[in-house]
Design a protein around this ligand. Structure first.
Ligand code: HEC
Ligand code: HEC
Length: 146
């Protein structure tokens, strides 16, 4: 190997090892939401279970939280078990709140007789609820009168 080639090979080797060190330093400064190292085991103080009462909405347009278990209710391309209780055609018999009428409007605001495709995947907007402390601080206040 000529002298010049040797020098540039050494320079590259030095650069690679320096950047390796800085990547390692970055990895050790990554912290989880709870402020601990990502690989540190954090035991749960308490397992916050599903809360089965209805929660007040935090702002007027909020999709209401789900006050019951959902693990067994399948939603896929062909089946939606939520509709067995919440569709307008079943809700009375099942004692469940009927879907909001906004759920029967397509994207051009045409009224439909069955649920709009845009509302098919309920858990895209509705989530089960638990009275758990927030993982990160949140000072959200709803606006009043809007
Ligand atoms: C076996 C019937 C049944 C099925 C299936 C069911 N629900 Fe419910 N749901 C209810 C009943 C009954 C209530 C009212 C509970 C109450 O008032 O405490 C309710 C309440 C709700 C509410 C609260 C509405 C409000 O205005 O506060 C939401 C949201 C909801 N369900 C979403 C879902 C979703 C999403 C699924 C599917 C993953 C689903 N439900 C499946 C019976 C059902
Ligand atoms: C794109 C978001 C979105 C999807 C998807 C969606 N919802 Fe909703 N839902 C909302 C919002 C927002 C509200 C409250 C405002 C309103 O009435 O439109 C609501 C209201 C409701 C209510 C309360 C109705 C009332 O009058 O109290 C029920 C029950 C409900 N949804 C069930 C469902 C079920 C079951 C599905 C799936 C079949 C579903 N939603 C899909 C956003 C959504």
């Amino acid at each position: 190997m000529k002298k010049q080639h040797l020098i540039s090979a050494l320079t590259i080797a030095a650069l690679v090892s320096v950047s390796g060190i800085s990547i390692a330093q970055q990895a050790s400064s990554v912290k989880s939401l709870r402020g601990t190292q990502v690989d540190e085991y954090v035991p749960l103080e308490r397992n916050h279970r599903q809360d089965e009462k209805r929660f007040v909405r935090n702002y007027r347009q909020q999709p209401p939280l789900i006050p019951h278990a959902v693990a067994q209710y399948q939603i896929d391309l062909n089946a939606n078990q939520c509709l067995a209780c919440h569709d307008w055609s079943n809700a009375g018999d099942r004692g469940a709140p009927t879907l909001s009428m906004t759920h029967y409007l397509d994207r051009d605001y045409n009224q439909l007789d069955s649920i709009a495709g845009t509302r098919w995947f309920c858990n895209q907007c509705h989530v089960p609820q638990a009275d758990a402390p927030a993982l990160v601080g949140n000072a959200f206040q709803p606006s009043s009168g809007n």
